[in-house]
Ligand binder design. Structure first.
Ligand SMILES: [Zn+2]
Length: 735
């Protein structure tokens, strides 16, 4: 609300053609711009289209255009008087963007280690606590895990910590200390205190973001040791000319020896959940990296099971939870058993006590905070799951896939072999199908096919020929299935793939149709996410056919183009729909203009889905956000979705929430307790007649809360189609 008020005042002050200062697109420093156009957006904010002029320090942004809320613009005369600019203080943000706290350092130790005031004044309370947590462990030569949710500023906390231990001031003094690099080679190395060296390991997609953040928040001497410049940059580090090296998991693994020849004070690993598999090469390399203090950052330490948690913790603080076997006996097994819906009182008590003691143990080295910490700064988020029934055509195709010989082979693969060897069929006489394809490969091929059918039958239509053996096999299966549907085959021959965007091939599409109609009419801004580019093509052709205004952003969109798409979407009142690839990672995707997020085909990795949601639901968002996940009812999607809920339930419980709900009969990894979630028989089946596993589970639990939607799109049930009844919520836990 504040923003709207100041904006109204501001528009009187600014005129098109005015020269002023705006944050650079590259690093946020102030640059000269000219206002091209002033616009008032639908929700009361005034934005300015500006062009960067030639006076930039290095000319990088010259000629570029960008849109800013007018509150981010500044008069040139006010800035030149600013003492901050003359002191070269970093970070330097405009006061209207984030109002800074008092200019005092954050003292971390009695020896005077402190986060400089330049950074500290921008830190939130929990971030200060996070830095203290990392520092306390570091001071005792011990690793730790910062497990904050995405959006809480893990990067800033690490940078604050680094600034403190490197003795930064955040002012011109740092530059002075950094400057005489050429002198360092001349001074006898004995007179030179060995510099403190830090290593940051991150996935490539965020590596350069780290570099940018470091450059924004302080005067650090950092280098990216990756690609062609790796050897050169590591040599600089070795000579003490840099203090922070950034690299990727892969580069580290390949060049482990080189990295091990440097004496690191600490290694900081972003997305540390990548170290979850005790047997992977990444884990092996990370464990071999010589460094006493290992700091891991992850918002999703527990993606699948408790062993993953063990693996990450065991990397950060070796042996902190004992051996894997010990951990399983003492914690993992009792906790997972205690999760079961129909658990005995005794097992429940054992489970809870294991949860308590694990949470207590973890608390020394593991700090986890959720987004609820900043919820007062964010508008509301409403998570809804929409169960969409298949169309009758879709259902017939789904069933035809299930009826194939291969699926029968799969379903029987765990039965005892008829040769009486005592082994299971898949490990004995039925390892392969008639064509010699391994049962294990069949599993993944058919799973992929079912997931396609669950989304849109047209996805089975492959374009052109494929060279990959696996894909060719999938293609053959599809052709065989479609022999039962001559009309469809005929249509495919006559029309292009895009013309197949007919909603009769997809129940979700019918739901989407209604959602879009409803929200676009209200001038809401909708982000439509899909995992698959092919599916985006189908959705796009649908939008075209319906005459909807839309934009599209996927992995092939060039970075410059991306910024423009995001900007236009956020500010232009005519573009209210954007199709986005869930996997289009990277930066600059700040769709704060969006208030409706639709995940057409959830990725089944909660982290990916959350990241998609995070594009819209983040600081800067002024409106409430509604998220819809579309799940095909009775299909494998529902099972996979419920497994996500299972994992989240487990995660809540490990974080010490004893009262976490127990929905399921299934216990992960327990062969005899597959319940409703695990095992092949739950994957390869179709539950029809409107049965909804989720609903059954929740009815059993006696919980019927707001949040989950079932949308019936079955053509036989025309009458019920009109109603979209909101019933229940499973996802109430994590946020
Ligand atoms: Zn056999």
């Amino acid at each position: 609300m504040m923003m709207a008020l100041t904006s109204t005042a501001d528009i009187k002050e600014w005129h098109e053609g005015d020269r002023c200062l705006a944050p650079s697109l590259r690093d946020g420093t102030l640059q000269d711009v000219t206002i091209q156009k002033l616009t008032s957006t639908a929700y009361g904010e005034v934005t300015a289209l500006v062009r960067f002029t030639a006076q930039c320090n290095d000319g990088d942004d010259e000629g570029q255009e960008a849109v800013f809320p007018v509150c981010k613009l500044q008069r040139p005369d006010t800035i030149h008087q600013s003492s901050a600019a003359s002191a070269n203080e970093k970070p330097f943000f405009l006061s209207s963007q984030t109002s800074p706290g008092p200019s005092e350092p954050l003292v971390l130790s009695t020896t005077g280690v402190a986060v400089p005031y330049t950074i500290n004044r921008y830190l939130r309370h929990y971030q200060k606590k996070g830095i203290q947590f990392i520092y306390d462990n570091y001071a005792q030569s011990r690793g730790c895990i910062l497990g904050d949710d995405m959006g809480l500023g893990k990067t800033i906390q690490v940078i604050g910590f680094l600034a403190a231990v490197l003795g930064k001031t955040g002012t011109w003094e740092d530059i002075e200390k950094n400057r005489p690099q050429f002198l360092l080679t001349q001074i006898d190395s004995e007179h030179c205190k060995p510099p403190k060296l830090f290593l940051i390991v991150a996935p490539l997609s965020v590596l350069y973001n780290w570099k940018e953040e470091l450059d924004t928040w302080g005067h650090f001497r950092s280098v990216v040791a990756h690609g062609l410049r790796k050897d050169e940059e590591l040599a600089r580090i070795r000579k003490g000319r840099s203090e922070i090296a950034l690299t990727t998991y892969e580069t580290l693994r390949i060049g482990l020896e080189q990295f091990n020849s440097i004496d690191w004070c600490a290694v900081i690993v972003d997305e540390a959940h990548k170290i979850k598999n005790p047997n992977s090469q990444i884990t092996a390399a990370m464990k071999e990296l010589r460094c006493r203090v290992r700091v891991g950052l992850t918002g999703t330490i527990l993606q699948n099971n408790l062993e993953e948690l063990w693996c990450v913790m065991d990397w950060a603080i070796p042996n902190c939870l004992g051996s894997l076997g010990h951990f399983k006996n003492k914690f993992a097994d009792p906790i997972e058993l205690g999760q079961k819906h129909s658990v005995t009182k005794r097992a429940l008590a054992t489970g809870r006590s294991a949860v308590r003691s694990l949470a207590r143990k973890l608390s020394q080295w593991f700090l986890r905070r959720t987004k609820s910490l900043i919820k007062d700064q964010l508008p509301k988020k409403d998570d809804r799951v929409v169960y969409c029934s298949l169309t009758s055509f879709q259902q017939a195709v789904y069933q035809a896939v299930l009826d194939t010989e291969d699926v029968t082979l799969l379903l029987r693969s765990t039965e005892k072999c008829d040769c009486r060897s005592g082994r299971s069929r898949r490990k004995c006489c039925y390892k392969v199908n008639a064509k010699g394809v391994r049962v294990k490969d069949l599993y993944f091929s058919y799973l992929a096919i079912l997931r396609k059918v669950a989304n849109h039958v047209a996805l089975l239509q492959s374009k052109g020929n494929t060279s990959k053996k696996q894909e060719q096999y999938v293609k053959d299966i599809c052709e065989k299935v479609f022999q039962n549907f001559p009309d469809f085959t005929e249509r495919c021959k006559q029309e292009s793939f895009e013309a197949m965007s007919d909603p009769m091939y997809s129940g979700k599409m019918k739901v989407l149709q209604r959602l879009l109609k409803h929200y676009l009419l209200r001038k809401d801004k909708v982000l439509l996410f899909s995992l698959s580019t092919k599916l985006l093509d189908v959705l796009e052709s649908y939008c075209m056919a319906e005459g909807l205004e839309y934009s599209r952003l996927d992995g092939n969109t060039k970075s410059r183009e991306r910024l423009k798409i995001v900007k236009d979407f956020n500010s232009c009142p005519d573009i209210n729909l954007c199709l986005v690839s869930t996997m289009a990672g990277g930066l600059g995707l700040n769709f704060v203009g969006a208030n409706i997020v639709v995940l057409f085909d959830p990725t089944w990795n909660p982290a990916n889905d959350l990241q998609a949601i995070d594009r819209a639901y983040r600081i800067g968002q002024c409106r409430d956000v509604t998220v819809f996940r579309l799940i095909s009812l009775g299909t494998v999607e529902e099972v996979i979705y419920l497994r996500q809920v299972y994992k989240q339930q487990l995660q809540c419980s490990v974080m010490g929430k004893e009262s976490a709900r127990r929905y399921f009969e299934a216990v992960q990894g327990a062969g005899d307790q597959k319940g409703e979630l695990f095992g092949i028989k739950n994957v390869f089946r179709l539950q029809t007649q409107g049965t909804c596993l989720t609903r059954k589970i929740l009815e059993r639990e006696g919980r019927m809360e707001v949040g989950v939607m079932t949308a019936t799109t079955h053509t036989d049930e025309e009458k019920r189609r009109k109603s979209m009844d909101i019933i229940i919520s499973l996802m109430a836990g994590p946020h």
